[in-house]
Design a protein around this ligand. Structure first.
Ligand SMILES: [Zn+2]
Ligand SMILES: [Zn+2]
Length: 134
C-alpha cells in the first residue's frame, strides 16, 4: 500500500502531494524526485509490474512502457491503469528516476525530510496521508 502526503514549505508556500520517499504498491514502485529544471517534486515510477504475455493481451492493458524504452509511465497513468485480467505471469520493468515532464531534466531522489525545490528550506509533512493508493 502506497501513501501520498502533502508537503508544504513554511517559507514560500510551495505545496506538493507526493510519497516523500521510495514507496510501493502492488503493481509498481515510486521514488519521489526533485526536478531542478521544473523546480518541482514528482513521484517517479521506477518499477512497474507488467504481464509477461504481451501477445495475448487486450490493448488497453498494455502499459505504455515496453522493455527497451527509456520513458516510464507517469504516476497518474499507472494509478489509472486497469488491472490486467487473466494474466498468470508477470515481470518487473525497471526505470531510472525521470522527470515526467521531460526525460532530459536533471533530477535527484528526494526523501523526507528534504528541502523545498523553490527556496531551499525544509518542507513540512502533513500528518495524514493525502491518498492511499494501490
Ligand atoms: Zn522536470
Ligand atoms: Zn519554499
Amino acid at each position: 500500500m502506497g501513501r501520498s502526503y502533502w508537503f508544504e514549505c513554511p517559507k514560500c508556500g510551495y505545496r506538493a502531494k507526493v510519497s516523500g520517499r521510495a514507496d510501493r504498491g502492488l503493481g509498481f514502485f515510486v521514488q519521489t524526485i526533485l526536478c531542478r529544471d521544473c523546480r518541482e517534486l514528482h513521484d517517479a515510477v521506477i518499477r512497474l509490474r507488467v504481464p509477461d504475455e504481451f501477445g495475448r493481451l487486450r490493448k488497453e492493458n498494455l502499459p505504455r512502457a515496453q522493455p527497451g524504452m527509456a520513458k516510464p509511465p507517469s504516476f497518474q497513468a499507472v494509478l489509472n491503469r486497469l488491472p490486467p485480467t487473466g494474466v498468470k505471469r508477470f515481470k518487473w520493468l525497471d526505470f531510472k528516476p525521470q522527470c515526467p515532464v521531460s526525460a532530459i531534466h536533471r533530477v535527484r531522489n528526494w526523501n523526507d525530510p528534504d528541502r523545498c525545490p523553490k527556496c531551499g528550506v525544509y518542507l513540512e509533512k502533513g500528518s495524514l496521508p493525502y491518498r492511499l493508493w494501490d
